[in-house]
Design a protein around this ligand. Structure first.
Ligand SMILES: Cc1cc2nc3c(=O)[nH]c(=O)nc-3n(C[C@H](O)[C@H](O)[C@H](O)COP(=O)(O)OP(=O)(O)OC[C@H]3O[C@@H](n4cnc5c(N)ncnc54)[C@H](O)[C@@H]3O)c2cc1C
Length: 480
């Protein structure tokens, strides 16, 4: 019997796994897909908020403030790139000025240091690309940006190094109460655990139904993004939003870690829990909203669009609690924006709940004295200074061969991404871990080589290599 089964390997499931690996527990994470980090965790704005709009009367508000406090230390421990970036919330008329003042008061009440309203001149000096008609702006220091999937990979690798098992392609299809725990049914068989943590994102309500309850439902919303080529002479140094974002959901302009500017998200309710399609209509809406902030956005330099699904909960707040119908089942449901920011705090909150459950069972949670808090990232060839590259290649010959020319990713990095635990098992898994395929040509050149490296390292035929999830084979050995 496992001590803990975690359902879902997004940033919440992996953060919980890593937090619980600090204790002597037998833990497994079950993920229905072929890769980890393939739900909301891979398709979001990557903003680490400082809680300027957080409502401390809500669990989400409290966890945002706590999560922000914990975030940078966690990134340092796990060698995850975090860049502090201030946010500018801009306004263009009197109504906007009033909204900005309201935002300032809320942020001040939340104890956000350094928050202040900038004049038009100050705003334009900081961001020359802003439209001339800008009236005022709220400067909100203390936010940041990350690659959200990188945090998820790092959490998973560190959890695995500390003994957590990851079972991919393992969808949970049923739950049943046992005398001393819960039976978790998957297509590959049934597992038993003392406690189960439901971190299934958009499917958390489906897991709840498996426990015989309909106490909440998830109301999915799809958010679409456009990414600009980093060669675009449109570089911003703040995360920028129109102050209407609270009411009308303006898009953000986000400077990513890799000098691309990302625009989004547009938001629309959807009944489809699987479709991550982008549409011309939403892209048009998104650009219209962005152009209100800066009319100089080079629309012709969009190299990629993508969409993510938000798991809004009918409860109206994060719902992190033990099921009333199934003892030992903890839900982490409705973890929508800013769930990435909150993830370290959610993990600590759930670890406390597990301690209470263990207490109730008359068991003690014992510290894992062998817990290793650190993990190192894959060394990027691009980050090695020119005069050290030769020496690095002597020691690591795989770094002598560039596979992705746009992002200068080497064979050595790609092989390492596949051989980590849990490692990349698809083209997209390699792309997210190394950036091969993220550049201007979007994998046009390196795609075949990455596919062949995956085939070699995984011991599969090229035709069996997936783009990401099951059914996404790239090649066929039979002619139609
Ligand atoms: C458009 C958008 C923008 C956002 N922007 C930000 C932001 O800037 N900053 C911020 O802090 N937050 C942001 N968020 C929120 C953040 O992305 C999410 O809160 C976070 O990623 C949720 O992580 P998760 O692990 O709960 O869900 P997910 O990442 O969706 O993971 C759930 C996992 O469960 C798996 N699963 C589902 N059903 C089953 C099953 N039956 N069996 C096994 N596995 C299953 C899924 O395959 C998936 O891998 C944004 C979200 C969206 C959608």
């Amino acid at each position: 019997m496992y001590d803990i089964v975690i359902i879902g390997a997004g940033v919440v499931g992996t953060a919980v796994a890593r937090e619980l690996s600090k204790y002597q527990l037998r833990i497994t994470v079950l993920e229905k897909n072929n890769e980890i980090a393939c739900g909301a965790t891979k398709a979001n704005s990557g903003i680490v908020y400082n809680g300027h709009t957080a409502r401390p009367d809500k669990l989400k508000g409290r966890l945002t403030l706590r999560g922000r406090q914990m975030f940078e230390a966690l990134c340092r421990e796990l060698d995850v790139a975090f860049k502090p970036v201030d946010m500018l919330v801009v306004g263009f008329d009197d109504e906007d000025d009033a909204a900005i003042e309201e935002l300032r008061k809320r942020a001040a009440a939340n104890g956000i240091a350094g928050i202040r309203v900038l004049s038009r001149e100050e705003a334009l000096q900081r961001e020359p690309f802003l439209n001339e008609g800008v009236g005022s702006a709220l400067l909100n220091p203390g936010c940041g940006i990350v690659d959200p999937w990188e945090l998820c990979f790092a959490l998973a690798e560190n959890a695995a190094a500390n003994g957590v098992e990851f079972k991919l392609n393992t969808e949970v299809i049923g739950l049943a109460t046992l005398e001393d725990g819960i039976a978790v049914e998957t297509a590959d068989g049934t597992l038993e655990a003392k406690a189960v943590i439901n971190c299934a994102g958009i499917n958390t309500d489906l897991i709840n139904r498996m426990a015989g309850s309909e106490s909440f439902s998830i109301l999915p919303k799809r958010g679409q993004y456009a990414v600009l080529d980093r060669s675009a002479k449109f570089q911003i140094s703040h995360i920028i939003a129109h102050c209407k974002s609270e009411k009308e959901k303006s898009v953000f302009l986000i400077p990513t870690l890799h000098s691309n500017v990302m625009i989004g998200p547009s938001m629309e309710p959807t009944d489809d829990r699987t479709s991550k399609k982008t549409t011309a209509g939403q892209m048009e809406k998104l650009m219209k909203s962005a152009l209100k902030i800066s009319s100089r956005i080079p629309e012709h330099l969009v190299i990629r669009s993508f969409a993510g699904l938000k798991a809004k909960c009918s409860a109206g707040d994060f719902l992190i609690q033990e099921s009333e119908e199934m003892t030992g089942l903890i839900h982490a449901a409705g973890i929508n924006n800013p769930g990435l920011t909150c993830s370290p705090a959610i993990a600590a909150y759930i670890a406390d709940m597990i301690a209470s459950i263990y207490d109730r069972m008359g068991l003690a949670l014992k510290r894992n004295s062998a817990f290793v808090p650190n993990r190192g990232g894959i060394v990027s060839f691009k980050s090695i200074p020119n005069d050290e590259r030769n020496q690095w290649i002597q020691q690591h010959p795989g770094y002598g061969s560039i596979v992705c020319r746009c992002e200068q990713v080497t064979e050595g990095e790609i092989r390492e991404s596949i051989n980590r635990v849990p490692g990349a098992c698809s083209v997209n898994g390699v792309k997210l871990r190394t950036r091969a395929g993220m550049g201007r040509c979007q994998g046009g050149f390196c795609g075949p080589k990455v596919t062949s490296l995956l085939a070699k390292e995984l011991g599969r035929r090229m035709e069996e290599v997936l783009y990401e999830n099951n059914g996404s084979e790239l090649l066929s050995d039979s002619m139609p």
